[in-house]
Design a protein around this ligand. Sequence first.
Ligand SMILES: *Cc1c(COP(=O)(O)O)cnc(C)c1O
Length: 729
Amino acid sequence: MEPTVRIPSATPSHVRVPPELEGLRRLAYNLYWTWHPKARGLFARISSAGWARSHSPMPILTGMVDWAGLLDNPDFMAEAYRVIGDFDRYMANGADHWFHRRHARELKGPIAYFCAEYGLHETLGIYSGGLGVLAGDHMKAASDMALPLVGVGLLYRNGYFRQTIDADGHQEHRYPDYDLSRLPITRALGREGDPLTVTVELPGRDVKVDVWLVQVGRVPVLLLDTDNPVNDPADRPITNILYVRGREMRLHQELILGVGGVRALRALGIDPAAWHLNEGHSAFLLAERARELVADGASLDDAFANVSRNSVFTIHTPVSAGNERFDTGLVRQIAGPLLDGDGRANTGGVPVERVLEIGRGADGDPNQFDMTAFSLRLTNGANGVSRLHAHTANGTWQGIAPHGILPITNGVHPPTWAGGPVRELFERYLDADLDDLDASTSATRWWERIDRIPATELWEAHVRQKRELAVFARGRLRTQFARHGEAPRTLQDLGEALDPKVLTIGFARRFATYKRAGMIFTDTGRLARLLSNADRPVQLVFAGKAHPADRPGQAVIQEIFGRTRSPEFRGKVFILEDYDMREARFLVAGVDVWLNNPRRPLEASGTSGMKAAMNGVVNLSVLDGWWDEGYTGDNGWAIGGREPLTDEPAQDWADAMDLYRILESETVPDFYDRDGGGVPGRWVERMRRSIATALWQFSTTRMLHEYTEQLYLPAAGIEVDRTVEAHPS
Ligand SMILES: *Cc1c(COP(=O)(O)O)cnc(C)c1O
């Protein structure tokens, strides 16, 4: 198996670059630039104003560029050839990669990875939060490791909503309308060289699905799109909105993803050796593959057994209520003809009643089709996304999963999330190659030698990242305050907001009530004293969206917004709008403390704390999700313990009191205890422990080793040789 799956695609004619700089087009149409600072720097040199406005190459290359000036600038040209050369070598060299040498040769086909959302970059708005960002980081790491993988998802032309908060604290929703010509996507070409379109039969009509390609380094991701003028106007918006609310529309979407995704791969001549369902949204791919086998003459039982053998599934929520379910009547009506074969496109078929039976949930309700139960029963292996979550999930799905649910803890992609100043230190003092953690051997696990970075330098790099956050946040706050009609004086004061000298605590994630964003306000008097201490002040920054249908989550936003405008907390508590990957990068790199206080064990993993830890930001968290296994005693703080109290209010109260205790007796004193040079010694020690304990352990590199050896290779029928060192390190 080649280290990369190559998918031909149309050369976009609206992007014009001089022939000498043709490489820029290759670079712009590959999200490689999102995790390679030098590539971003090159586009910023072409137009610094354009970059500052769009932070994406496409608007720059499609706008006005002084090409003659650049071609005459030897300095620029040398840098351009260096960056393009690095990129071309990256794309060509997969076969040398350790990972490829070790595993990929035995594979007969690539791994197909299906997910409803991909968080690859903020300018490609086809993600909402944690699930998507995890999938995006998975693609980038697979690229770095030369794992032959192809992603499948949907192209949401209106994406997920952009959030504003009105002057009364209500969350407002706006759906953008993306201009596809400014996105780094191209049309995939079919075997005849034409733009590829596949067909999915829905009751009474055929829906045409256009196939787009976004190239993520070496990894192609196919994005399916029903917004084609040949479709009925009622079908065009099927793929427009991520996590669309209407159940019927959602079911249509998931049929397109699962069934359309399989058909797109087939049309491209791709025969995956293993199929990975990241969450149950794509579960219809299992039914479609069974249908194919039946159409080829297999018995129904053999078809399902064959599909199960090479499919694997990742579950992401601890409680069964969080899983995708549909009324069986709806599935029967909408998916029935397609699966059964109604004589139009198919021969043979899979009776929908059988599909519904396989998808019966843990509660046995015969009127619900449960995508998680369906996926668990039809896969060869499954995993939860942290040790604690796998344990919880095994309890929830007991009797349904034919196999145990393995723990494969999430990770994050270090080059995407490490701030520039900290990354430079890793490279300068530790000779780190952030793009290839596999290249490190047991003798060169550079993150363990973190002590070689002088405390002063690590602290200064951190303070630089804090300043970058302050500048970014002031801009966002100014926009918000101006929209609310605040006075010019107030807007001017924002220039001083989020003083980098002040201990800064960040809390950013989806606003769901179990995450208890308001917990720190349990005793407002006590918190006000903590924040307003003149010698040792503290400030809080919040950010996050609540799902448009989640009213209680929106009420939490309103509560926090109210605090930011209250006399006691004004200027000390802030809420930033429109949490996205860009805002997340500034926050996880630029606060001092990353606060996380969900109600245990409801947070399956959480990944933002991992991003923070790699930057030396110290975690202060309930022992839930990843932190239950990530906390070592010296790399941050644990709120509460592992023994649950019987009732929720008592648990909430106890956790809040423990949070105050830690802040008052450890966090604040340690932060403000400075040596002669102004460096907080104990603090920097915790920063070092954070980096050292997270960088490998909570990286997507470690995660992909586990996916490959525990799920992908067994699904592909390849025995993993345990006598060979599993990890290079
Ligand atoms: C990392 C990330 C998330 C997920 O963070 P959690 O800690 O899992 O809640 C959500 N949204 C964005 C934009 C992210 O970057």
